[in-house]
Design a binder for this molecule. Structure first.
Ligand SMILES: Nc1nc2c(c(=O)[nH]1)N[C@H]1C(S)=C(S)[C@@H](COP(=O)(O)O)O[C@H]1N2
Ligand SMILES: [Mo]
Length: 507
């Protein structure tokens, strides 16, 4: 009988390197196979993301606050990278403990697969059928592990066929992963199909002189790309306009189910609104302005008929995040937004539909991917961040920020221009003052006002001697309230305190 061309030499255990490679390749195969099936069924069922999103929801609030404070919008990247490192370590260890028999590795692969299954089954944005994705991961993980283990065992030297089989495995993993990503991309097609949004009532044009970008302030309208992003989602929930249904129920005369086409058919308005995140530190970046296109919530809710006793609009997103908004604010100036700056909402800002209520921090008003609106009393249901120690009522606090000079900059000799932004939605900004080195306050020049629902840029010129200086700013809103100097942290309902910047004037 012809001998196997692998020249089978009997060995009793794998080399360290090979055992690690077997473990790591099996885990990668498991993840990408699951990602591929999730691409077909429901991108939210991709096991890696499902586990990560569950981890975010289970994270204790102080740790979460720490992550947002220290990593900001990169907190997701940090978590993803951390998960990847841990997973690779587990995979390597699974390989190492399986140098003689594949059994320990099979047990580890099964446990990891089980974790994916539990995560997908308990996610709010998945159905039971989506369990096929992590199940595929489990089968692929165990199967590839046993198969590669066998290949590695049969070929003691990395000769032709063993190496080829490893290479095929790597190529297969790559193809599965990329296909999963491509298949899951259908939200972009859905956005393209929605096309440009033309409001019946466009927002008035932004007047010239509403911003001073040449002096270092942001542009008045933030581009969709630059708009700050804050949410609890690792990946972006992928909800297509064609599949979208918004349920309105609870304390209403009539329950409603609205499809995206129903909303689009209503009278669309465009409003320039500055959104702010409660997590923003004094001087921080979580504030942006957009032309939102949508339907006033008052109009959306007219047919449902909100009952007089309702206090809270308790909204839920497709990913299960929840938010409680006072009904009075919702009916006064809330918007069910479907567009930003002429385009359908970008996926990461809530496509196909989200809430926006000027004057309230995002965590109590701005539900993205909103699919459920229930009217009730505040005592009936607690929202996501309320359960984690943040406030129930969270109107935006009067704030101002110095954008230029930036901290520790060196500016040329002569008069120094200080420029920045201030906001107090929906009250509006009446005055901004600056002072250098605890000296007298100087009133800044305000840019043209666009509306009381937006930020307002300002600038001031100071005569400063060469050397190091510290400049503070403070705003007064149109109710006459002047920003307090008292520093409080963002939790529970927004930071206060004056922003300052320290810089050097050249001689
Ligand atoms: N579904 C969902 N909606 C959400 C959030 C979230 O975590 N999930 N975060 C809220 C918070 S805290 C803010 S500040 C705004 C930010 O909206 P943006 O990412 O479009 O800027 O969205 C709000 N809507
Ligand atoms: Mo926020």
């Amino acid at each position: 009988m012809a001998q196997d061309h692998d020249t089978a030499t009997t060995i009793d255990r794998l080399s360290l390197l090979r055992s690690i490679l077997v473990g790591v390749l099996a885990v990668l195969a498991a993840l990408t196979a699951g990602h591929l099936i999730a691409g077909l069924l429901n991108p939210n069922a991709s096991p890696f993301y499902a586990v990560g999103n569950s981890a975010i929801d289970l994270t204790p609030a102080p740790l979460k606050d720490f992550a947002v404070r220290n990593f900001g919008t990169n907190d997701k990247l940090v978590l993803l990278a951390g998960m990847a490192v841990v997973l690779l370590l587990v995979a390597a260890i699974a390989g190492i403990v399986s140098r003689r028999s594949p059994l320990p590795g099979v047990v580890v692969a099964t446990l990891l697969g089980g974790l994916g299954i539990v995560a997908v089954l308990t996610r709010p944005d998945t159905d039971v059928i989506d369990v096929l994705a992590p199940l595929t991961s489990l089968v692929a993980g165990v199967g590839v592990f046993m198969w590669l283990h066998g290949v590695a065992f049969r070929t003691t030297t990395v000769d032709g066929s063993g190496r080829r089989q490893f290479l095929y495995t790597v190529a297969g993993i790559g193809i599965a992963g990329v296909s999963g990503q491509l298949l899951g991309g259908s939200v972009e097609d859905s956005r393209t199909a929605v096309g440009d949004l033309v409001p019946a009532t466009p927002a008035p044009p932004i007047p010239a002189g509403a911003d001073f970008p040449q002096l270092g302030t942001p542009r008045f309208l933030t581009s969709n790309r630059d708009f700050y992003r804050i949410d609890t989602q690792l990946d972006v929930p992928r909800l297509r306009a064609e599949d979208y249904v918004l349920r309105i129920h609870g304390a209403v005369e009539k329950q409603l189910m609205l499809r995206f086409a129903d909303i689009r058919r209503m009278r669309l308005v465009e409003r320039t609104i500055t959104m702010t995140c409660v997590s923003n530190e004094v001087g921080g970046p979580y504030v942006s302005t957009s032309n939102f296109i949508g339907v006033p919530l008052r109009d959306v809710l007219a047919e449902a008929g909100v009952k007089p006793g309702a206090e809270q609009l308790f909204s839920t997103s497709v990913d299960g995040w929840t938010c409680g908004t006072p009904v009075a604010d919702v009916l006064d100036r809330g918007l069910l937004a479907i567009g930003m700056n002429g385009e359908p909402l970008p996926a990461e800002h809530g496509f196909p539909a989200r809430m926006v209520v000027p004057g309230l921090y995002g965590f109590v008003s701005a539900t993205k991917w909103v699919v459920d609106m229930e009217f009730n009393k505040f005592a009936d249901k607690q929202s996501y961040w309320l359960k984690r120690g943040w406030g129930r009522q969270a109107p935006i606090k009067t704030q101002s920020r110095i954008d230029s000079p930036s901290g520790f900059a060196t500016v040329g000799p002569g008069r120094t221009t200080i420029a920045g932004v201030a906001w107090a939605q929906p009250r509006g900004i009446a005055k901004v003052e600056v002072r250098a080195d605890n000296g007298p306050w100087v009133t800044a020049e305000l840019a043209a006002e666009v509306s009381t629902s937006t930020w307002r840029m300002w600038r001031a010129e100071l005569d400063l001697a060469p050397g190091l200086h510290t400049v503070d700013c403070r705003a007064t809103d149109k109710t006459g309230y002047r920003q307090t100097e008292m520093r409080v942290p963002p939790i529970p309902d927004g930071a206060t305190g004056w922003h300052s910047t320290t810089f050097t004037v050249q001689g």
